[in-house]
Design a protein around this ligand. Structure first.
Ligand SMILES: Cc1ncc(COP(=O)(O)O)c(C=O)c1O
Length: 343
């Protein structure tokens, strides 16, 4: 029985269009460290896609690098980044933000459905001893969209949180490791989801959605962009052969491919959720992108595993299922058949 991949979109392969783009860029020589034509063109492509001429896009190798280095440029060493208590930057990046941030702390806040709430931010502001050097000073609000639990911030909530942050003098960062999945889920434009909603800097994930070795920081704040140039170099994230990262990101954003691939992942998840609900499954939270957390007994999880479904057990009685651009309708049908047989 062939295994069905539902562990992570990171387990998926690379889209053929990306490999072709890399191959096409592999002719002759080109200036190093972003001085090549592909890197220059990437700026123009990103400016067009995000409808913002003044943005700067910085290719990096991983989402962790994008988050940690972006946040280090947004937050002073004595500062605090306010995020949801389940945020990837707090729980799953080995303290990279604090390391690159020279000791900046991540402060986890509560919020229903794994989404931050204005009330949580207000409470954090109220409990801060502003101006007291003994207390980390909140400097950034970081929002993960979609969240690590597959929920999505509606635009109105984003605007409210950004307003709240900016009024207090904080900047807004978005961890968009799966930004395309959020865009497809909301059906809005990249501009609406980012700078028009008050986001100053976004981590643009691409590797989880068909790209091979490139994510990016998209910076809408010129001051932050200035220091990012130096911080990225010092962090070893300025690739000498940057053309090969730039060309991947271009191919990703061109012709709406990123949205097509994210739609495939989201649609596969919706079909899976509908099918599982019909079989009586319950979810920790309603899935809104390409990730679901399903309540199952340990015995059931064992049976599903024995039936060839690949997934992670994330908590007692909970498994995580993730679809990717490579998940096919046949994968979903087959998953549902095997699930039924395990009941
Ligand atoms: C929400 C979120 N942010 C950031 C990252 C970090 O990405 P990477 O593994 O490329 O460092 C991940 C990875 O799974 C993620 O899920």
């Amino acid at each position: 029985m062939s295994p069905i991949e539902l562990r992570s979109d990171n387990a998926a392969g690379v889209a053929p269009e990306i490999l072709q783009a890399i191959e096409a860029a592999n002719s002759g020589s080109a200036l190093a460290y972003g001085g090549d034509a592909w890197s220059v063109r990437l700026q123009a492509v990103a400016a067009e896609v995000f409808e913002q001429a003044d943005l700067t896009v910085f290719p990096v190798l991983t989402g962790t690098a994008a988050n940690a280095i972006a946040l280090s440029a947004m937050c002073p060493p004595w500062g605090a980044v306010l995020c949801h208590e389940t945020a990837h930057i707090l729980r799953s990046e080995g303290g990279a933000t604090s390391m690159f941030g020279g000791g900046a702390v991540m402060r986890g806040l509560p919020g229903n459905n794994f989404l931050l709430e204005a009330a949580s931010l207000e409470a954090a502001f109220a409990s801060t001893r502003w101006g007291d050097p003994h207390h980390s000073q909140p400097a950034v609000v970081s929002l993960t969209n979609p969240t690590d639990f597959g929920t999505v911030y509606p635009l109105a909530r984003l605007a409210e949180l950004s307003r709240c942050a900016h009024e207090q003098g904080l900047l807004v960062h978005m961890d968009g490791a799966r930004l395309a999945n959020a865009l497809v889920s909301l059906g809005c434009s990249p501009a609406a989801l980012t700078w028009q909603a008050g986001v100053d800097v976004v981590t643009l994930g691409a590797t989880k959605n068909g790209v091979m070795t490139a994510d990016a920081i998209v910076c809408f704040n010129a001051e932050v962009a200035k220091t990012l140039t130096y911080r990225l170099k010092r962090a070893g994230q300025v690739a000498s052969k940057m053309r090969f990262q730039a060309v991947q990101l271009q191919a990703y954003l061109n012709q709406g491919r990123w949205l097509t691939w994210a739609s495939q992942a989201n649609n596969a998840m919706q079909a899976l959720v509908r099918g599982l609900q019909a079989q009586g499954a319950t979810f920790v939270v309603t899935p809104q992108a390409n990730m679901a957390f399903v309540r199952v007994t340990d015995d059931m999880a064992d049976r599903l595993q024995a039936a060839g479904l690949l997934f992670y057990r994330t908590a007692p009685g909970v498994i995580r299922l993730v679809t990717s651009f490579q998940t096919t309708p046949v994968d979903i049908e087959e998953t549902l058949v095997r699930w039924q047989q395990c009941l």
